[in-house]
Write a protein that binds this ligand. Structure first.
Ligand code: NAP
Length: 277
C-alpha cells in the first residue's frame, strides 16, 4: 500500500475506508464491524466517519471495530454544519469521541459550510487541537472561494485536508480547487471514489484494468490517488471487495493509462462548481 505524508508530518495509507450508510440498520452491525476490522488488517488503516452517518450510528460501529485496534487506525470524523458554532463544535466532537470510544481523533473536518462563521468553527478546531482531542483538522466540500476564505483565517495554515467528491467521472476540481489546495499543501481526500458503486459508466477503463490484471474499481482507486497529497476513502462491507480496494493501493498507472483516461473522461472545458453528494 502506497503511503503519503500529510503537511503535519503524519503518514497515512492512500486508501482508507468510508462508513456512510453504516450504523443505519441494527441487523447489519456485526457485518459492518467485521468488515472494518478486516479492512484494517488488510492495510486500510484510515477510517472516515461522521456524526451525520446513521445519526451517530456509524461512529458507534467504528467505535466497536476499533476496540483493541485504536492505535493502528488514523481516525477521521466530521462535525455537521448545524453544530459548527464555536461551542457546538466542541460539544459535537466530545459526543463523537464518546461514540467512537476514544479520547482523540486524528483528523476532524467541518462536513460542509453552513451558516456559522468559518472563523468560529476554526477557533473551535484550534481549541480542540490544543486540548489534544483532535490531532489535526480540515474541511470538506469547500470550493475554491470558500477555501480561499478559510485559508486566509489566522491558524488555518494547519489545515490538513479538504474532503471532496472526486472520481474519474468528476474532474472539475482539477481546474481550480485541486491546484489551489496543492499550493497550500492541503491534501485532497477523495470521497465517492467509486461513484457510489455504480460502475456501469466506466467500461472504458476495462482495457486498462486488463493490462494491470485488475478490476475497473481498482483502476478508479489508483487514479484518484495518483497525485502527491491525495488519498481516497471507498466504502465496502464486503471482504472480497475490501481486498480489492487494498490491493489498488499498489497499482501505479502509466503515462499511457493516464492519457487513455484523459481521452475517455476529460476534464471539463471550463471551471464548474464543486459537486457534492
Ligand atoms: N464529505 C462528504 O460530504 C462525503 C459524502 C459522501 C461520502 N463521503 C465519505 O466517502 C466514503 C465513500 O463514499 P461512498 O460510500 O458514498 O461511495 P463509494 O466509496 O464511491 O462507493 C461505495 C459503494 O461501492 C461499492 N464497492 C466498494 N468497493 C467496491 C469494489 N471494489 N468493486 C465494486 N463495488 C465496490 C460498495 O458496496 P459494498 O459495500 O457492497 O462493497 C458501495 O455500494 C463514504 O462512505 C463516506 O465515508 C463523504
Amino acid at each position: 500500500m502506497r503511503r503519503i505524508v500529510l503537511n503535519d508530518g503524519t503518514e497515512i495509507p492512500v486508501i482508507g475506508q468510508g462508513t456512510w450508510r453504516m450504523g443505519e440498520r441494527g441487523g447489519e452491525r456485526a457485518t459492518e464491524v467485521k468488515a472494518l476490522q478486516a479492512g484494517v488488517d488488510l492495510g486500510l488503516t484510515l477510517i472516515d466517519t461522521a456524526e451525520m452517518y446513521g445519526s451517530g450510528g456509524a461512529e458507534e460501529v467504528v467505535g466497536e471495530a476499533l476496540k483493541g485496534r485504536r492505535d493502528r487506525v488514523y481516525l477521521v470524523s466530521k462535525v455537521l454544519p448545524s453544530n459548527a458554532s464555536r461551542a457546538g463544535t466542541v460539544k459535537a466532537c466530545e459526543q463523537s469521541l464518546k461514540r467512537l470510544g476514544t479520547d482523540h481523533m486524528d483528523l476532524y473536518l467541518l462536513h460542509w459550510r453552513g451558516s456559522y462563521p468559518l472563523a468560529d468553527t476554526l477557533q473551535a478546531l484550534l481549541d480542540l487541537k490544543a486540548q489534544g482531542k483532535i490531532r489535526a483538522f480540515g474541511v470538506s466540500n469547500l470550493d475554491v472561494n470558500d477555501m480561499r476564505e478559510w485559508m486566509a483565517l489566522p491558524g488555518a495554515e494547519a489545515t490538513v485536508a479538504n474532503q471532496i467528491l472526486y472520481n474519474v467521472g468528476v474532474r472539475g476540481p482539477e481546474l481550480d480547487l485541486a491546484p489551489a489546495m496543492a499550493r497550500a499543501k492541503v491534501a485532497l481526500m477523495a470521497y465517492c471514489p467509486l461513484a457510489q458503486g455504480d460502475l456501469t459508466g466506466f467500461k472504458k477503463l476495462e482495457p486498462i484494468a486488463r493490462r494491470h490484471n485488475a478490476t475497473v474499481a481498482q483502476i478508479m482507486l489508483a487514479w484518484s490517488t495518483r497525485n502527491p497529497l491525495s488519498f481516497a476513502v471507498p466504502k465496502s462491507s464486503n471482504i472480497t471487495r475490501l481486498k480489492e480496494n487494498a490491493a489498488a493501493g499498489d497499482i501505479a498507472l502509466t503515462p499511457a493509462d493516464l492519457s487513455e483516461i484523459d481521452a475517455a473522461f476529460p476534464v471539463p472545458g471550463r471551471p464548474v462548481p464543486l459537486e457534492m453528494i
